[in-house]
Ligand binder design. Sequence first.
Ligand SMILES: *Cc1c(COP(=O)(O)O)cnc(C)c1O
Length: 399
Amino acid sequence: MSRARALDDADKLASHRAEFVEAPGVVAYLDGNSLGRPLTTSVARVETFLREEWGGRLIRGWDEGWLDLPLSIGDELGRVALGAAPGQVAIGDSTTVLIYKLVRAAVDARPGRTEIVIDRDNFPTDRYVVEGIAADRGLTIRWADTDAAAGVTPELVADLVGPQTALTLFSSVAYRSGFLADVEAITAVSHAAGALALWDLCHSVGVVPTELDAWGVDLAVGCGYKYLNGGPGAPAFLYVRRELQSEVRQPIQGWLGSATPFEMGQGYTAAAGIRGTLSGTPPIVGMLAMQDMIALLSSVGLEAVRAKSIALTGFAIELCDALLPTAALSSPREATRRGSHVTLDHPRFAEIMPLLWERGVIPDFRRPDGIRLGLSPLSTSFAEVEVGVRAIADVLGER
Ligand SMILES: *Cc1c(COP(=O)(O)O)cnc(C)c1O
């Protein structure tokens, strides 16, 4: 345990781990990339909100600031984690629904173009939404077949885009391998073909420094419950580049995205700017915990979070090499090309998952035979990584 201890002792962010709610019986939580842990401040925040704001202000709360939260928290998220100037980020709906809104909006903004480019290794919801819209609108999907270890590259995308491409949709960090794409370069390739670029940031937001404005990204979505610790089903966010906001019209025309919601009038006119991306009543309670994590990320800084993420994933790879020689590493060894999770494949992983859970070791399993170690930098210690990898090795060895 000495090397893990030395790493923890030298870790300037180590003390933040104590700010998260303890989970009884859990000795290694290695699934922060699927569901981040709650901050203890969020427990108090939710309770205070229920008692004082909801319970005390009742319906008046809507007039006293709740309606602004999707955009004000969005601005804060943009500043802290996305490199987005104010007025381009909104919180609301699930990632799935936001992908639907933006894919529809994007293909409508490129009339005459008939193709969407997406990779086969993208997260199922991304692919399914695109398949549905393509069927609906008579569009063709151009599938990128990625080498799982290499991920989506500018060269691969350049071979698939052309004068018919309306939109490209990729994940910044591949959910399976953890491959970190070159968002700026791939966006430039999409633009050179005249296409819009939509990025799914689910596995990078809050853990990989991102510069959407500077990188020229058009559209993006991401998840609130992974590295943003918003809690199960916390709302997602979207980004629409300012210059596109008058051009890109999302299809779910609801009253709260209209220019005059409280006039209850006839006929829909979209609100100007990012507010026009909203549809219905915002999920206020679901945004509370995310606010605490955004505040913590703001105080720590994304660069420091990324440095610890790289150290954690590097340590995990080192341990796997030493202790799990029969498992295959499916994540990039090169630190600059990985997100914050490490995936290993072994034909017996499915069978050992229940045994790991019994021991309080909780990694993530992805079919057919991948264990993902999702290392959320502010809530995960090096010792925890070692406990987890040793448990996997022990359980494999026992059977
Ligand atoms: C987690 C994840 C989603 C989740 O979508 P939901 O609508 O929240 O279920 C979507 N895309 C990617 C890449 C993800 O990792």
